[in-house]
Design a binder for this molecule. Structure first.
Ligand code: PSU
Ligand code: MN
Length: 326
């Protein structure tokens, strides 16, 4: 893998509260230029590439998502750890290598520093991508779905570190809600407890990833990227730590009805339990089983919603970079 020399854009410090440690980050050429010029940048995670989709669709999707961000007027920064370097934006060869690699580590908040210190390689989850984005001065991040409270969490205590991260790291995350493999009412409750604004985009219901509605009302709603950008800036002005979760429903044409998915989800959950799948392996296992059980239909929908989120994130990033400061 190639590594571009460490580079700290002059504007990075002004754009975030975190003072980047010199040499910690490796920017791709296009991200370095965009940050230095104060142009809008959208962070993208890499666990969706290594653990969320099979090869080669994972690579094609990652490339299409980057292109969608560019088409929408922002610069994509796919984030990953390669040989002990925290990459903010991947060069095309590195993206390809990561997408083809097997047994890549899945890095959340707990794993990031250990992996970097050991000179390791790993893909970043929503939580770890938020940490990296904030350090790089990137305010907006697009993904598919966030981690959340798993069903049965009252016994397993399995609650994704993504939720805590949203409470403490100032990045606006655009996702299609959370998957119905999770306990969505509990996920919303925990987000409320943690003080995370959950903002549905142009509808009242909280979306459920493959379906436009979870049947649960979203706590907040926004109808324009400008409103979301203004709320992001207002949190900073108030000195509130933490980010925002923008829940952008899957496009209507790509939606899979909740009742079509429900039996597949139940089956995948039962199988995970029977096989003793636990901790970090739960989410990737469920995703790949549902992909198999739906004959790939879940993946087609997944790709459509990530592209949709990338476009909205680019618009929000543009509003944040040009918006009036509060
Ligand atoms: N949900 C999805 N697709 C994904 C993930 C979650 O619909 O790819 C990935 C994301 O990287 C997310 C992580 O941050 O799984 C959550 O894992 P865990 O539940 O182990 O925290
Ligand atoms: Mn977990």
């Amino acid at each position: 893998m190639t590594g571009t020399p460490p580079h700290q854009p002059a504007t990075a410090k002004a754009r975030t509260d975190a003072a980047p440690a010199p040499g910690l980050l490796t920017h791709s050429a296009e991200v370095a230029k965009a940050l230095a010029a104060g142009r809008p940048v959208v962070a993208l995670e890499s666990t969706i590439i290594t653990h969320g989709m099979p090869f080669p669709q994972n690579l094609q999707t990652a490339q299409r998502v980057e292109e969608a961000v560019r088409q929408a007027g922002a610069t994509p920064a796919t984030i990953a750890v390669l040989n002990g370097r925290l990459h903010i934006g991947l060069e095309p060869d590195d993206l390809e290598e990561l997408a083809e690699a097997r047994d890549v580590a899945k890095l959340s908040r707990a794993d990031l520093a250990v992996c970097l210190a050991r000179g390791g390689t790993g893909a970043t989850t929503v939580a770890a991508t938020m940490i990296a984005a904030a350090r790089a001065g990137i305010a907006v991040f697009a993904t598919g779905g966030i981690g959340g409270v798993h069903r049965g969490a009252e016994l397993s205590f399995d609650i994704s570190a993504d939720l805590q991260e949203l409470a403490q790291t100032p990045v606006t995350v655009v996702a299609a809600g959370a998957k119905a493999i999770l306990d969505l009412p509990k996920t919303l409750e925990v987000l409320e407890t943690l003080g995370v604004p959950v903002i549905a985009y142009r509808q009242d219901d909280f979306p459920a990833f493959w379906s436009r509605s979870s049947g649960l009302p979203a706590p907040l709603r926004a109808d324009t990227p400008a409103e979301i950008a203004a709320a992001h800036a207002m949190r900073a002005a108030l000195g509130l730590p933490g980010g925002q979760l923008v829940a952008n429903p899957i496009p209507q044409a790509a939606e899979i009805a909740a009742d079509v998915l429900a039996p597949h989800i139940s089956r995948a959950l039962l199988e995970a339990e029977a096989r003793g799948i636990a901790a970090k392996d739960v989410t990737p296992y469920l995703l790949s089983r549902i992909f198999e059980l739906t004959d790939g239909a879940s993946l087609t929908a997944n790709i459509a919603l990530v592209l949709n989120n990338a476009r909205l994130a680019a618009s929000i990033a543009q509003e944040i970079s040009t918006g009036t400061q509060i």
